[in-house]
Design a protein around this ligand. Structure first.
Ligand SMILES: Nc1ncnc2c1ncn2[C@@H]1O[C@H](COP(=O)(O)OP(=O)(O)OP(=O)(O)O)[C@@H](O)[C@H]1O
Ligand SMILES: [Mg+2]
Length: 271
């Protein structure tokens, strides 16, 4: 069975899709394994438009196919993104399909995909629907994306607590703090506050990385490209690498490295 990673947030526009796309491309690049990116941001999703891809097949086709599929049949229900080598399953094509999409379908689809793919990355919307919950329950890792905005930090903190209540253990939860403003002074206060919120307030989670706000990210998205592939040294890409280490996809040097990862990266970016 492949590893499953769900990217989610209780705030919109924070960079979930951006992180999901880059993480998928990064895993593919460093491992050469089979990676599929599934859009569970229902109904319309963001992956196909973000990559400028036609929705020639979508989740709708998976929903309608209520049976076990073999590998060849599955391959006809994903779209290959040539530049990155990842496969994608765009969100549903028709709002009518919503009525036919429930947690059993979500379970079946994800189980089938992870029987063939080494990595199944699920992008989600801002919701805790039974579909999102199913993705979370099946995941080896849940990545929360937040910005530094007060509402985002606190809603996502609440979300982290709810994940723990759902039985997701803290070592399976990571956080990316995205779109961090570029002022040094503000950031020193921010890092302390946010570390406190996520680590000392309730149960500490397996923390991850910071990504600064940079117009380059949006411009790269407008070009339908990937920060990780186009700018491997950018802190966006380094954050994705850090994430892969946290998830055990690429090796960590030491236990200390793991514990200090967050602060070390912070200092490197802002120090
Ligand atoms: N660090 C960053 N700096 C600048 N722009 C960013 C950064 N991260 C993401 N963006 C841009 O912000 C926009 C929103 O990102 P994205 O679509 O990934 O958010 P989302 O959380 O998936 O939103 P939604 O809730 O609508 O699904 C995109 O144009 C993206 O390229
Ligand atoms: Mg999105």
């Amino acid at each position: 069975m492949g590893q499953q990673i769900t990217i989610s947030s209780m705030k919109g526009g924070v960079g979930k899709t951006e992180v999901a796309i880059n993480l998928a491309a990064a895993i593919r690049k460093v491992t050469g394994k089979r990676v599929v990116l599934v859009d569970f941001d229902i109904p319309y999703g963001g992956i196909a438009p973000a990559l400028g891809m036609e929705k020639s097949v979508t989740l709708s086709d998976w929903i309608r196919t209520r049976r076990a599929l073999n590998e060849v049949q599955m391959e006809s229900l994903v779209i290959r993104h040539e530049k990155s080598g990842i496969d994608i399953v765009p969100a549903i094509a028709d709002a009518d399909d919503l009525q036919n999409f429930d947690e059993n379908d979500a379970y079946r689809i994800l189980e089938q995909l992870s029987s063939v793919y080494d990595y199944v990355i699920v992008d989600t919307g801002v919701d805790l629907s039974t579909i999102t919950k199913t993705a979370i329950q099946l995941s080896n890792y849940v990545l929360i994306v937040s910005t530094t905005q007060h509402v985002s930090v606190w809603n996502n903190h609440q979300y982290k607590e709810d994940l723990l209540k759902m039985g997701i253990t803290h070592d399976k939860i990571g956080l990316i703090l995205n779109q961090v403003p570029n002022q040094k002074k503000t950031n020193v206060d921010l890092v302390e506050t946010i570390l406190n919120v996520y680590q000392n307030n309730g149960k500490s989670i397996r923390n991850t990385s910071y990504i600064r706000f940079d117009e380059k990210v949006r411009k790269t998205r407008d070009k339908k490209s990937f920060m990780y592939l186009d700018y491997p040294k950018h802190d966006f890409s380094e954050a994705v690498t850090e994430l892969m280490k946290n998830m055990g996809i690429i090796g960590f040097t030491t236990e200390l490295d793991m514990r200090t990862g967050w602060l070390a990266q912070f200092k490197k970016v802002f120090g």
